[in-house]
Design a protein around this ligand. Structure first.
Ligand code: GLU
Length: 378
């Protein structure tokens, strides 16, 4: 996509040839009567079907939709209830999407993903191939988290992050987050009449993160602004800009195009290559390595992490697991560890010439190879 001003975004949404991922929150999809907002969904599909480029939908709403069948008022009380609700709701949600896309002349396909699926390189590549194959044939993938099996730490936790990861997987040139807020404000717009919408975010810095934190505690937004910023961080680091806009209107894409109201997070000017995008987006680390200043500097220059620079090893991880890299400044990045935790503990602070004596074999090179790590201070 060329440019991120509202005019360029409008053109891309309506006429773009590259993939667009649209993530939609539950509140837009499920009505107060606890049924799918079919007309709204049909309107969105009609608008998007006219766009030349591929479309991917990341749809929430399964749990909200399934509650009625289980007789649950409000939020499900237990994980099992939420999962059962998702099982009931998802079939209906996907069915409604399939119907509204069919009315607009397009086939839809269902993809249910768990965090595990995208953290495992092999499964990630399978999912990517599936999405590419569908998009080549003009089919619209409708993606949700596989809530019936995903629990606790193996969850994306929210569909904003799932949306960002799907955007990178699909090679999208824009992630549109449709929510019930107009965008990111510099204060809570419901409490502060002077709150201003931030139209463009060139870089997600500490100031932007702080706004998100406030927004979360003030409670506006469905998935919360924190998860939206986290999603924007993942997508923009991979080179995909993110537009946060209000989807409450009947024809949300047109409404954005008419008003230009929303927040656009610019893509990084130095996007990571695809393998690094995948690495960057991994969420669940099994442990951490504290590195000394010299090692942190070497990492900053693009070097691998050698055992000699490791000061402390935390957690219980296996070779190939994701671990956090920390310096005295806090978390600086993460990567896939070349050794088990017990081996890493034994070689921490040591030279590779000592590995034979310590491990009984010559080792397998650096503890975290530079191809297997990403730094966050970009
Ligand atoms: N996957 C959940 C559902 O479909 C929604 C998660 C979210 O809203 O972020 O009900």
């Amino acid at each position: 996509m060329n440019g991120t001003d509202p005019a360029a975004l409008r053109r891309f949404l309506l006429e773009g040839a590259a993939p667009l991922v649209v993530k939609i929150g539950s509140s837009l999809l499920i009505g107060e009567d606890r049924t799918p907002r079919r007309e709204w969904m049909a309107g969105l599909a009609r608008q998007l079907a006219g766009r030349p480029g591929p479309i991917v939908i990341v749809s929430s709403g399964a749990i909200a939709l399934g509650r009625a069948a289980l007789g649950i008022e409000g939020r499900p009380a237990s994980l099992a209830e939420a999962q059962a609700a998702a099982a009931v709701g998802q079939i209906r949600l996907a069915g409604t999407w399939a119907d509204v896309w069919a009315e607009s002349g397009r086939d839809a396909a269902q993809l249910l993903l768990t965090l595990d699926d995208l953290e495992d390189r092999g499964r990630y590549l399978n999912a990517r191939n599936t999405v590419e194959t569908l998009l080549e044939r003009g089919i619209v993938p409708v993606v949700n988290e596989n809530d019936t099996v995903a629990t606790g730490e193996i969850r994306f936790g929210d569909n904003d992050r799932l949306g960002a990861r799907v955007a990178l997987l699909a090679g999208a040139e824009l992630l549109l987050l449709l929510s019930d807020v107009d965008g990111l404000f510099d204060a809570d717009p419901r409490r502060n009449p002077d709150a201003k919408l931030i139209g463009e975010v060139p870089v997600i810095d500490a100031g932007i993160e702080a706004l998100a934190g406030n927004a979360e505690t003030m409670g506006f937004g469905t998935g919360g602004m924190v998860s939206k910023i986290a999603a924007a961080r993942i997508a923009t680091a991979g080179g995909c800009p993110v537009l946060l806009a209000n989807g409450s209107h009947d024809r949300p894409i047109q409404a954005y195009c008419d008003s230009g109201t929303g927040t656009c997070f610019h893509a990084s000017t130095r996007p990571l290559v695809r393998r690094k995008q995948w690495l960057r987006s991994l969420q669940h680390s099994a442990g951490s390595l504290l590195v000394d200043r010299g090692a942190a500097e070497a990492l900053g220059r693009g070097a691998s992490l050698l055992a000699g620079g490791i000061v402390e090893v935390r957690g219980d991880f296996r070779r190939g697991d994701l671990i956090e890299l920390r310096s005295d400044q806090g978390v600086i990045g993460h990567g896939l560890c070349g050794y088990d935790a017990s081996e890493t503990r034994r070689i921490a602070g040591r030279r590779s010439s000592e590995f034979e004596t310590i491990l009984g074999y010559a080792g397998r090179g650096p503890v975290v190879h530079r191809d297997d790590l990403v730094l966050f201070d970009r």
